[in-house]
Design a binder for this molecule. Sequence first.
Ligand code: ATP
Ligand code: MG
Length: 427
Amino acid sequence: MDFISVKEAFGRAGEVALRGWCSRVRTQKNIVFVVLRDGSGSIQVAFKEGDVSADAFKRASELTVESSITLTGAVRKDDRAPGGYEVQGRTLDVVHVAERFPIVKDKSPEFLLDVRHLWLRSEQIANVTVVKDTLMSAARDWFRKNEWFETTPPIITASAAEGGSTIFEIDYFGDKAYLSQSAQMYLEALIFPLERVWAITPSFRAETSRTTRHLTEYWHLEAEAAWLDQEANMRVQESLVSAMAQAVGKQCAEQLRALGRDPADLLKIKPPFKRITYDDAIEILKKKGMDVKWGDDLRTEEERALVEGEEKPIFVTNYPAHIKAFYMKLNPDGKTVACADMIAPEGFGEIIGGSQRSEDIEYMKKRLKAEGANLKNYEWYFDLRRFGSVPHSGFGLGIERVVRWFCKLEHIRDATPFPRTLNRFYP
Ligand code: ATP
Ligand code: MG
């Protein structure tokens, strides 16, 4: 008999062959109950003395948590079983008897991070991983449908995109090189042959503050397009994020519910998203009694206050130039830049940073000098403004930030299988 998946077994009548892992094992008188897990889900299997051979019953009674097995049996509707179906075991082969599984009742967060390679087998992480798969694939579909090209920028770089304070340095055969914080500058080079380009790459940030929204390694979705101004840039972002929310809301309803997120919340995410200027944001925050002044960057608390009562993300636009990166286009007021952060609802904070890019080499040089950067490393970037420069814009979206929001996770580390943070890069 050919093996079928647990998902396929639900609702099937008659004999099936299944294989997977025992996530729970319990013996009750003359029946061994096993919760069998595979890549598609879990189903209860009952091995009853007499229904199976004496040998098979003995093997079933010796099963341990996480042992791998193959079996045949008959699927039956059973309201007492989780999911409403049960398999009555007929034959059992044990592929591997697992040693005593280290994850038992008391599970401190630190311990679970130490055994992350095993804790990945939990339902929660599996559900999050399915959501992540779905939203990345929805993003890819969106770009393809709208005729953007997926590209492969480098990870090893000679210069910082987002400022020196969070950069990881590596030894490159005796020279200093850096792990990419953003692919943006490389995507900017790629708009000249292709106009609309995007990439998903790991970005690295040596974040030294402990927050629930920063990893030191994360997956970064970045896009860049020629002839795109900042207003059109925001329309791209709201359309993309809405497509991701719709796909997850529709395709992952079951996973979302298990994670405590109502899929209807995501189905409400549709363009347009509200836009408020940074100037207005400061006034709103002051009225709410918060201690902020023009020129301050917005922290998690302020972002949370700005989305109070919102069901969809909002854009905060035109931040002061001095709190944003050197490559953003200066507005005519000479103080703010043509940029926007997209802030997720419910206090999940910034999920996208985007801007129109400066075409003014002298302005960018002045900014970089003030930051103490080595201008020589940026000569190639200035070349992009010397040979057929055009207005262009782009943005960067943190995949784990969006996963955290969609899945309603307390901490961003649960949005990725092997989180890297200030004091952890094992396992
Ligand atoms: P923050 O203010 O939250 O540190 P940022 O301004 O440094 O964000 P950008 O440089 O604009 O962020 O990066 C683009 C996007 O990448 C952000 O909107 C966010 O979604 C994501 N991102 C940035 N830093 C991290 C990080 N350390 N871990 C996970 N995602 C991140
Ligand atoms: Mg940052």
